[in-house]
Design a protein around this ligand. Structure first.
Ligand SMILES: Nc1ncnc2c1ncn2[C@@H]1O[C@H](COP(=O)(O)OP(=O)(O)O)[C@@H](O)[C@H]1O
Ligand SMILES: [Mg+2]
Length: 461
């Protein structure tokens, strides 16, 4: 893939569409080309742009078996959505799969325990007895606790709550300490850690600034991962009308398999009320039947990748998402192929149920550009392309940069690159800001300029 193709992809698509003028569904394309490009339709090969603003709700449900292409699609959605606009996207990343996509668009990655901490006790629904059990379960996933200790701990937590104290693990360790020194020791070791912090270290509104990924891949216990996703969804749901979350549209919460434990009032509420506050919720799941009715009926875009489950077929048919004929094709879909259902605000004669040949992915995971010599700096093609487009040089100069990268087989020596850019007439200030946009830090740039001036002095001498 070369830079030319990438930077012109939107233009190329427009050209394809001009040629397709005689196709019947051109209106769909025209009116939705404001959205995010996903791929070409199966029958007409028309480019499909997902334009959430034309749909009845901002929510998206993505369904398909493991390996069918859900995460790939979401990563591309995240990147493409940020190329032409500045959305706020919060991603709950269970497995660290979104790290490079989020980095490529200049987003922030928050690692639990490193960049932020949670005090679980602040988020328990104390009206339910189960709440304390779920914390006990998490504590036990870290440290062995005997039966009698567990009972003591349970009581200590209830007492602390009933006394309306500020509850955290440190305080509870102190509470049990007098009679249970061993237990105090165990709890003391956990106190202050990622989820048992003395106080929670972030606010919800701070999470909605550009792309933010909550990277949970470092957490070993699934119980804890699930609990943390539950906490986030609950926090967001509860703070919808409290905290001053910005009102701009194009805000998404992406829950790729991370919402299963959240099968509860909070997720449903997010779906119902999210729209009012400009939130689109995107959930991905292996089974349609995993997704509750509130979610399915509030999603105005449903993407179905390969599925084989009879229950799922039934739900898809009964809800009118897909016809029997369409459902029959679903077990045979290839990786990346999917069925699309859309619910438009204004129906007209738009295409609302169709197949996409393949989600057209950006080649960000296979193509990398290395800048530097021994200490290589890996830069994704996508990031390189974005930075290059932003320096505001002409097409001619962009083409020459592309050729330069190709001639060097994606391995660019930084000093040579600086000199090459200067030869195109780009000023030093622009070059520095260009390289910084790619994520190259000051020290590396200064060092490279240092080498250039040294060689030029040597030549003079
Ligand atoms: N549209 C696509 N084009 C190219 N490769 C794809 C596409 N969709 C998925 N893949 C690849 O297939 C594999 C499985 O996709 P993934 O999105 O992780 O599946 P899922 O999330 O549904 O389990 C990944 O290696 C991914 O890169
Ligand atoms: Mg996945």
């Amino acid at each position: 893939m070369d830079l030319r193709q990438m930077s012109n992809s939107k233009r190329v698509i427009e050209k394809i569409y001009m040629k397709q003028m005689s196709e019947p569904d051109i209106k769909t394309i025209e009116e939705s080309s404001a959205g995010v490009y996903l791929g070409k339709t199966l029958v007409y090969g028309l480019p499909f742009f997902l334009d959430i603003s034309a749909l009845t709700s901002p929510h998206i449900a993505v369904i398909g078996m493991t390996g069918s292409g859900k995460t790939f699609m979401l990563k591309n959605f995240i990147i493409r959505n940020s190329i032409y606009s500045e959305p706020d996207m919060l991603i709950l990343d269970f497995n660290g799969e979104y790290r490079s996509a989020v980095q490529d668009i200049g987003g922030r990655i928050f690692r639990l325990g490193k960049d932020f901490k949670i005090n679980l006790f602040e988020f328990l629904d104390y009206s339910q007895d189960k709440a304390i059990d779920s914390v006990l379960e998490i504590i036990e996933s870290y440290t062995k606790i005997a039966k009698d200790e567990a009972a003591t701990l349970h009581n200590a937590i209830s007492d602390a709550i009933n006394n309306a104290e500020k509850v955290n693990l440190r305080a509870i360790a102190d509470r049990v300490g007098r009679d249970w020194p061993q237990l105090k020791l165990k709890l003391g070791r956990l106190a202050g850690s990622a989820v048992f912090a003395d106080a929670t270290s972030f606010t919800i509104s701070s999470l909605f600034k550009g792309a933010t990924s909550i990277d949970l891949s470092g957490i070993e216990s699934d119980v804890e991962k699930n609990f943390i996703s539950y906490i986030f969804v609950r926090l967001i749901s509860e703070s919808l009308n409290k905290e001053g979350i910005n009102q701009k549209a194009n805000k998404f919460i992406i829950l790729d398999e991370a919402w299963k434990s959240v099968e509860n009032i909070y997720l449903s509420r997010l779906f119902r009320e999210g729209r009012k506050y400009g939130f689109g919720i995107i959930v991905a799941s292996q089974l349609v039947s995993d997704i509750n009715n509130v979610i399915l009926s509030n999603s105005s875009c449903v993407l179905v990748f390969k599925v084989q489950n009879m229950d799922d077929f039934r739900i898809l048919e009964n809800t009118g998402i897909a016809s029997r004929e369409q459902i029959l094709r679903m077990p045979n879909l290839d990786i990346g192929e999917c069925f699309v259902y859309l619910s438009f605000k204004n129906e007209n004669n738009r295409l609302k149920r169709f197949f996409i040949k393949k989600i057209d992915g950006l080649p960000i995971y296979s193509h990398r550009i290395y800048i530097g010599d021994k200490m290589e700096l890996e830069i994704s093609n996508e990031k390189f392309e974005l930075a290059t487009r932003n320096i505001g040089i002409g097409n001619e100069a962009m083409l020459r940069i592309t050729n330069f990268v190709e001639e060097n087989e994606n391995n660019i020596e930084i000093a040579a690159f600086l000199q090459f850019l200067a030869s195109l007439g780009i000023s030093r200030a622009e070059i520095v800001s260009y390289l910084k946009k790619m994520g190259i830090n000051d020290a590396v740039i200064i060092e490279a300029y240092g080498r250039i001036s040294k060689t030029s002095i040597e030549i003079k001498e």
